[in-house]
Ligand binder design. Structure first.
Ligand SMILES: [Cu+2]
Length: 146
C-alpha cells in the first residue's frame, strides 16, 4: 500500500547487490572465456580454396647439357674445345639456318646436322678428337676425351 514510501537506501542496496551480482557473473563468465581464447581455431578450412596454378614441371629440354653439348652457331662450334670423360655422349645442335656436318678428322664420327637439328655421339675411347664441317672447312673444333 505504501508504494512510494520505499526507503531509497533499500533501492540503493538492491542496486548494489544487483551490480555486484552482475560483476560476479561477469567475472565468472569472463574467466573461462579468457582460457577459451587460447584455443581460437585458425581459419584453416580456406586451404582448400587456394587455386594452385598448374604445377609447372620445369621442362628439361637442355637436360643439363652444360658440359657435354656443342652449339653450332654462326658457322662455328662452341665451345671450340670441349673436354669430357670417357663414356660421355656429346650432342651437337645446329642453331644456324644451313646444314653443317660434324666430321671427325680421323673418321670416328661423321654426320650431317641440318638446320635446327642435333647429332649425338658417345665417346668410348680416350683421346683428342679433332673434327670439322665438311661443307665449311673453316669450321674446326676439338673434343678431348679423358
Ligand atoms: Cu658447316
Amino acid at each position: 500500500m505504501q508504494k512510494t514510501s520505499t526507503p531509497t537506501t533499500t533501492k540503493a542496496w538492491l542496486c548494489l547487490l544487483v551490480v555486484g551480482f552482475l560483476v560476479l557473473l561477469a567475472a565468472c563468465g569472463s574467466a573461462p572465456s579468457t582460457t577459451g581464447t587460447a584455443t581460437t581455431p585458425t581459419a584453416a578450412p580456406t586451404a582448400t580454396l587456394t587455386t594452385n596454378p598448374t604445377p609447372t614441371p620445369t621442362p628439361t629440354t637442355a637436360t643439363s647439357s652444360s658440359g657435354n653439348s656443342v652449339s653450332i652457331m654462326n658457322f662455328s662450334f662452341s665451345p671450340n674445345s670441349l673436354t669430357v670423360k670417357v663414356g660421355t655422349k656429346v650432342t651437337w645442335t645446329n642453331h644456324d639456318s644451313v646444314t653443317h656436318t660434324v666430321t671427325a678428322d680421323q673418321g670416328a664420327f661423321n654426320s650431317p646436322v641440318s638446320a635446327g637439328s642435333s647429332f649425338s655421339f658417345t665417346f668410348t675411347k680416350a683421346g683428342t678428337f679433332a673434327y670439322h664441317c665438311m661443307i665449311h672447312p673453316s669450321m674446326t673444333a676439338t673434343i678431348v676425351v679423358q
